[in-house]
Design a protein around this ligand. Sequence first.
Ligand code: PEP
Ligand code: MG
Length: 759
Amino acid sequence: MLEMLRKIVQEVNAAPDLDSVLDVIVRRVQRAMRTDVCSVYLLDNNQERYILMATQGLNKKSVGNASLSLDEGIVGVVGQRAEPINLEDAAQHSAFTYIKGTGEEKFHAFLGVPIIHHRNLLGVLVVQQKASRRFDEAEEAFLVTMSAQLAGAIAHAEATGSINQVGSGEKTESDRKFEGVAGCIGVAIGPAVVMTPLADLDGVPERKTDDIKAEVTKFKQALAAVRRDIKKVGRSLAKRLRSEERELFDVYIRMLDDNAIAGEVIARIKEGNWAQGALKSVISEHVQQFSLMDDPYLRERATDIKDLGRRMLTCLQESGPALSEIEFPEDTILVADELTPAMLGEVPTEKLAGLLSVNGSGNSHAAILARSMGIPTVMGAVDLPYTRIEGLTVILDGYSGRVFVNPSEDLAQCYRDILREENEVNAGLEGLKELPAETTDGYRMPLWVNTGLVTDVARSLDRGAEGIGLYRTEIPFMIRDFFPSEYDQMETYRRQLEAFAPRPVTMRTLDIGGDKPLPYFPIEEDNPFLGWRGIRVTLDHPEIFLVQIRAMLRAAEGLDNLRIMLPMVTSVQEVDEAKQLIAQAVDELREEGHVVNQPLIGVMVEVPAAVYQVRRFARRVDFISVGSNDLTQYLLAVDRNNPRVADLYVSYHPAVLKALQFIAREAHKENVSVSICGEMAADPGGAILLMAMGYDVLSMNATNLPKVKYAIRGVSFERAKALLQQIIVMDDVDKIHMVLRNALKDLGLGQLTRPSIPD
Ligand code: PEP
Ligand code: MG
């Protein structure tokens, strides 16, 4: 049975459109269950009627015509109850409705199960039989399993079918929504420009050559052209990227070295293969190796290699680099199956409004670059039929990860308003740089920034940041081929410390693992967020930890503004061990003649175990900083990167708020400063609550800092405390959001709340 189920699901998933999907379902299920009839009824677009969409056994002429209202027939009851109905004789049921012309009158036994995808009822799957008999439990269980498994394929096919290509003459359904993962915050509205693969490697035929020399020459010319192309792209991005980000392009170029891909291709040409075939086989082997890897970071490298392969093939096919000839429209939303760093550089930056990738995550190189450039981005919109949206207007919501194709005028207007307000608010906030973040009753709230890329520093200073509350050191580690040397690290850290001196700079020790693997240090785990992460990795590898600490200490020589912060700590032993290693590094450097000062040391509270040990940590360190992103994920048991449970990731969940308040109180009992560096601090409402809880520092992304400052300057500390008291006893998240929004409006800070966007 299991094998049969697997085969049906496979066949359904391979079907090209909704009609074929449904056709496979009814034929296969009818045969597998040996019933006389199998039919699928789907809800229409308005969710008002069930339409018979496919059948095996009923009159085929009824398909597309026979329909039932929501409360009509047994199909209606199945949908309403959201459970199977199994009847010996359907006609005896009080809800039975005979649909003329279907030929249903011959059949007695009836089993209907709802088709539900992510809580949404899509329709009903029905089997019927002439005989009067009850379907047995195994049959019922089979149909339920079938329906649950097929719901995703049906939803995907429905979504694809509702998007018609421009010029197809058919009306495209409006406001088609697709869910992805937020890659970079912001909103963009514009025409989709779909970047299709340059050339189809899979379509290259195998062919022998007897002019090896000519093929090698052709290949080398293509290689040179691709190198030039990539360098050009790198240069076109150069103004917006600093050396570290630009290194991504060097990695690309290195992949083309003679001792890497190029060498292998030439060897295969010398075996008698034509250049295109040799290229195809080398690239597909590499892609396969990488895409089989569990590690998401390494899997991403398959994308880079595929991209390079296609570029070379395009040159070999002498069709030229077509992309550079495209006329990009204003506000281009660049769409790709797999967005690559190189693609980002293809569009002139003044034309690029947003980025949308069907595959990939917030962890992809492309997303890292998008964030550094501040381009609204959505990743992982897996249901998006991207090849069919060229030229259609797309709304990209980089806050929620949502994408709307062909939006209605109402929705587009709603997002245009958001964009306009964002621009107005940002323009109005520019004058705030020199003003203090001080409440109307004179309470001073220090606002710091989170950084990672080199470019963040200038933006942060520009926005009046008073310190760095979190420098994510893993980011410079992620865009390299191997661990950076002590000297390299020192240089990178020095830039942050120097730019901010005398303001404090909090450097977090390497926080890899979880969703942040390093390409050269793969960690394979079933449950990476509960695995070898953060301090666990670095304490197991003191050689890596010590090099990093030494680099930080040396970078701070003469500046004296370094604070070192430890991520993912769960026990005091980890703190003691880390402190010991830091002390060792200080001693060694002094022995070597460096003038290093003892840095301030802090612990991140980002797992539930740490919440209950804040006082113990506080007695051992100089500061506490709350990582509310991870803390929320672990308190609520919700993977912060999984779009399926994204609705459950709620920063204002009563449990999260209670924990945050508790942490601040506990730290203060030991007179230790407590800050927060999770995304919650970047939300104006969240910042007001955190200030009321007593947080001494709020650290956030540079983009949001002016908004938060504006909010702090618009409220009194007393009012903030009253708001916290009101909210902390509430148990309904939606109401909490509402109270917070209304409070901001009452304070005249309504423009800082994100307008609610229709679902
Ligand atoms: C956090 O977890 O809140 C945090 C600031 O760290 P990161 O987002 O880098 O895990
Ligand atoms: Mg964290």
